[in-house]
Design a protein around this ligand. Structure first.
Ligand code: ATP
Ligand code: MG
Length: 445
């Protein structure tokens, strides 16, 4: 993409309504625009990152054997009356009437809808196990929408639902989700720690929240610092292997790590003092096993091997896709702007032409652009007639992990400058070597 043809409405001024870095930077970098409280338009740059996050979530869900689908945003209130949650959910639910005076709602989550689909089409244990998921907009009429996309009213969420014959099978599904979530967050350049959580309105005893440590996080968290040394990495995992998934769950959840809702001070005191940490975190996902709560209420049963009808065991598993963008920026920025991890960056590399209109510099930038494109990488080429300082500031603000600076002086010596956004380190390389270096970094992702 050439910046001169793109739509990147960066702001010079720091928006006064934004209290935290991620919100401020998303507004300044022209990624989002608020349309009303807690509701945003995703401008091209923000939309690009949202798609990247969504793709990673899809890839990891499909790898775990979960099946993508899409359910509507608007739901009929009748289903929610069956589960009893139409009244329980309270003011967070946006209720709507259609022209026939029927009660509708904008889905805050989808347990009822998916249970209805399940009971309409599945009748035998032979069709289990089954895990269906979608990534769809949700609406929760939060009392205090704030921090930009972090606590929106409309937000983008992956929610998945497992259906199993027994509790044991459903707990394997739970573990499978935990493993797939660890991989998902790591691919986004994040450490998200599974912490024992509270069931809330969705219900259930088995539940973990995934928290990204950040001073601006809304949850208070208590943990054993050893947990931050754990990495899932690129280890091979067979998602059908019950023991393997269970072992990962044990590895990642055996140390003390809880949110304030489930914090137990006496247990926490057993952690050696030098490893006890009290901090803040951003919840970027949650997994639940809730047994037969919805299948009992809504009659989702299957015929078991013994011929008897039995309610299915279920769980639900969410990832806050839009909130993740804020969480990543909270975890990865500096005074000059965002620093995207390579896995989610909107463009792979920025090209800055120091002397637009100079024949050689223009030709060298065009050649770099074609080389990257041919390798399947997306460059953002700042081809505007701007001062170098302005171009650097824009690149730093929007946070592309790698920048190539091209100027007549370097070209005389046959080199361009490659700069790493995170460390600020620069090195001079011939253009082909610069392309190779950056291509190699992305090839290992
Ligand atoms: P919170 O405690 O932050 O209100 P929740 O526990 O009610 O969230 P879940 O029902 O667990 O949320 O939804 C799954 C994920 O969706 C959460 O882990 C979070 O990342 C995201 N999410 C929930 N509410 C919002 C919101 N208002 N804005 C953006 N993302 C949200
Ligand atoms: Mg939650």
């Amino acid at each position: 993409m050439r910046l001169s043809r793109y739509f990147l409405p960066v702001l010079k001024e720091t928006p006064s309504e934004a209290q935290i870095a991620s919100h401020r930077l998303m507004l300044r970098a022209g990624m989002i625009k608020q349309s009303s409280a807690g509701i945003y338009s995703w401008l091209p740059l923000g939309f690009k990152v949202l798609r990247k996050l969504e793709n990673i979530v899809h890839e990891e869900q499909i790898r775990a054997g979960h099946i993508p689908m899409l359910m509507p945003t608007l739901q009929s209130a009748d289903l929610w009356r069956e589960s009893g949650r139409y009244d329980d959910y309270g003011q967070e639910m946006l209720r709507i009437k259609d022209r026939h005076d029927r009660d509708m709602l904008y889905g805050p989550t989808n347990e009822e809808l998916i249970t209805d689909i399940f009971r309409s089409h599945v009748g035998s244990y032979k069709d289990l196990p089954l895990t269906l998921y979608h990534i769809q907009w949700k609406f929760r009429d939060e009392i205090r929408p704030r921090f930009g996309v972090m606590r929106g009213r409309e937000f983008y969420m992956k929610d998945g639902y497992n259906f199993d014959l027994t509790k044991e099978d459903a707990l394997h599904a739970y573990n499978r989700h935990l493993v797939s979530y660890l991989r998902t967050y790591e691919r986004m350049g994040l450490q998200a720690i599974p912490m024992r959580a509270d069931g809330g309105p969705i219900g259930g005893d088995y539940t973990h929240e995934f928290l990204v440590l950040a001073e601006t996080g809304e949850s208070e968290v208590f943990y054993d610092s050893e947990i931050t040394d754990l990495k899932f990495g690129d280890r091979a995992i067979d998602y059908d292997d019950v023991a393997q998934c269970q072992a990962v769950l044990e590895e990642f959840t055996s140390r003390y790590a809880r949110t304030d809702e489930t914090h137990d001070e006496a247990l926490f005191q057993q952690v050696p003092e030098d490893r006890r940490r009290v901090a803040r975190g951003i919840e970027v996902g949650q997994i639940f096993y809730f047994g037969t709560k919805y299948s009992d209420a809504m009659g989702a049963t299957v015929q078991g091997p013994d011929g008897k009808m039995t309610p299915v065991h279920m769980g639900s598993h969410g990832i806050g896709v839009s909130r993740l963008m804020g969480a990543i920026i909270e975890a990865s920025h500096d005074d000059n702007g965002i620093i995207w991890p390579e896995g989610v960056t909107p463009f792979h590399v920025g090209i800055v032409n120091l002397k637009q209109g100079d024949e050689e510099a223009d030709a060298a930038c065009d050649a770099l652009y074609s080389s990257f494109t041919a390798l399947g990488l997306e460059p953002l080429y700042d081809d505007r007639n701007e001062r170098a300082g302005g171009k650097f500031a824009t690149m730093d603000l929007i946070g592309l992990p790698w920048r190539i600076t091209v100027g007549p002086r370097g070209l005389k010596n046959g080199v361009v400058e490659v700069t790493c956004r995170r460390t600020g380190a620069s090195e001079e390389l011939p253009p082909e070597a610069a392309v190779q270096k950056i291509a190699q970094i992305y090839a290992t992702l």
